[in-house]
Design a protein around this ligand. Structure first.
Ligand code: NDP
Ligand code: 2IT
Length: 449
């Protein structure tokens, strides 16, 4: 079955899983040259196999709110592919979570994890639980209840979750505690743990910093540097604020952050103290808008996105499909030359086509945001040997990993004729490198997996 036939079959079967089909098509559209060069992939039905998860666990979570009322949520774990190592990928708590979203994230994760060069397979999980407006006790009770179900399906050598939207250090700690309580094991079954009890230094910063290291490599390939560039960041969460922090440290001017309520714009750029204040403000669940009165500068744009300002670089780091075609056009019109996806699939398919047509240097999430999961894999290995690396050691390793991802994607773009007059097709390159690593393993295994 050809790739296009496999897509047709998938669309017929999962027509309602919009995000999942979108993510699969993006990979399918770019790997054909590689597929043609490897007839064994077709023979072993590699594509058809890879678009169907190994298995999905679906469970119910009962928990009690502060009023003593019983609450019910849905939870899932998608174990997509463990060809290269234990299933690995985050947990998302957000009301929009459903099977389509988790399958798209799990599918992307397979190739992202392969790109890191570390021994990790792909998975994803989460719940439609909404952490917004919940007390700490409610979040704790929910996390305990969630892990009471999830623990049946995970294990340090088999499936290792982590955080994602709505799941940070606090939630990971609660879930880790329940896992330990139920199993009496003290292992690295989940990553993003607190540094004092098994977590890796730098995991918190890794995704945002890694995206900026990737950007530095892209700029270097065009004989440019980050210093003095103007940057638009969306989101005000883990990835966004650490991407902004690293840009600022490297001499760029970050003029926006945003959240689900709107955009904060400061034409003078955020400095480190202001960014630290933003971190504290978001951690306390308080409005970004307070910045304007606190610092007497900037503007709060309720309900708006950050793509309306002139800039050199955009780092969309909030959520999927946050940039549509019209907003992509806005970015191009505003002079943006580099787009680095901190989030997973933040551009719609039309937006991706648009920016690529206008030769914007475009780094897809599975390459650019792989630093987070890469440091998660380093956390797993530190847990296994029960020895810890310093911040600097992890940071150095992260820089090397991001450079390797950049160079291998750029190399594949060149090798398969996708580089055009110095314009590197990172999307095609990254998809082909990730896909090849997994496909070769599947072929070696025969028809198991
Ligand atoms: P956080 O929960 O820390 O932050 C998410 C941010 O995005 C918040 O500012 C949130 O706004 C905003 N946001 C989320 N959903 C929406 C929405 N539907 N509409 C508008 N704004 C929204 O998540 P992360 O920073 O961890 O994750 C951000 C992205 O990065 C996701 O795509 C995730 O999959 C991806 N990613 C994360 C990694 C990690 O290590 N954490 C690794 C690789 C990728 P508000 O505060 O108002 O809710
Ligand atoms: O999308 C992602 O790569 C993550 N949320 C991080 C996954 C992980 O296992 O660290």
């Amino acid at each position: 079955m050809s790739i296009s036939q496999a897509i047709e079959k998938l669309e017929a079967h999962y027509s309602h899983q919009y995000e999942f089909i979108q993510a699969v098509k993006e990979v399918a559209l770019t790997i054909q040259p590689l597929y043609d060069a490897h007839p064994e992939y077709e023979e072993f039905k590699v594509f058809e196999r890879l678009v169907e998860p190994d298995r999905i666990f679906n469970f119910r979570i009962n928990w009690e709110n502060d009023k003593g009322e019983v609450q019910v949520n849905r939870g899932w774990r998608v174990q997509f592919c463990n060809a290269l190592g234990p299933y690995k990928g985050g947990l998302r708590f957000h009301p929009t979570v459903n099977q389509s979203v988790l399958k798209f994230l799990g599918f992307e994760q397979i190739f992202k994890n392969a790109l890191t060069g570390l021994p990790i397979g792909g998975g994803k999980g989460g719940s439609d639980f909404d952490p917004k407006g919940k007390s700490d006790s409610e979040v704790r009770r929910f996390c305990y209840a969630f892990m009471r179900e999830l623990y049946h399906y995970i294990n340090k050598d088999m499936d290792v979750p982590a955080g994602d939207i709505g799941v940070g250090g606090r939630e990971v700690s609660y879930m880790f505690a329940m896992y330990k309580n139920l199993t009496r094991e003290s292992t690295g079954v989940i990553t993003g743990k607190g540094v004092g009890f098994g977590g890796s230094l730098m995991r918190t910063e890794a995704t945002g910093y890694g995206a900026v290291y990737f950007l530095e490599n892209m700029l270097k390939a065009q004989d440019e540097a980050i210093e003095g560039k103007t940057v638009l960041v969306s989101g005000a969460g883990n990835v966004s604020l650490h991407a902004a922090e690293k840009c600022i440290a490297l001499g760029a001017k970050v003029i926006t952050v945003s959240d689900s309520q709107g955009t904060l714009h400061d034409k003078n750029g955020f400095d480190k103290p202001k960014l630290d204040w933003l971190k504290t403000q978001k951690a306390a669940n308080k409005p970004l808008a307070d910045y304007v009165t606190k610092f007497g500068s900037g503007k709060w744009l309720a309900g708006q996105k950050p793509w309306q300002f002139k800039a050199d670089i955009a780092i969309p780091s909030a959520t999927q499909n946050e940039v549509n075609e019209e907003e992509a056009k806005q970015l191009v019109d505003n002079g943006v030359k580099y787009i680095v996806e901190g989030a997973n699939m933040p551009l719609t398919a039309d937006a991706v086509d648009y920016v690529r047509d206008y030769r914007v240097h475009y780094a897809p999430g599975k390459a650019a945001n792989a630093g987070g999961v890469a440091v998660s894999a380093l956390e797993m290995s530190q847990n296994s040997v029960r020895q810890y690396k310093t911040f600097e050691q992890v940071d150095e390793r992260l820089k090397v990993i991001m450079k390797d991802i950049h160079d291998s994607a750029a190399g594949a773009s060149e090798q398969y004729g996708q580089t055009d007059n110095g314009y590197i097709d990172y999307m095609a390159g990254a998809n082909m490198v990730g896909f090849k690593r997994v496909a070769d393993a599947l072929v070696a295994f025969g028809i198991l997996n």
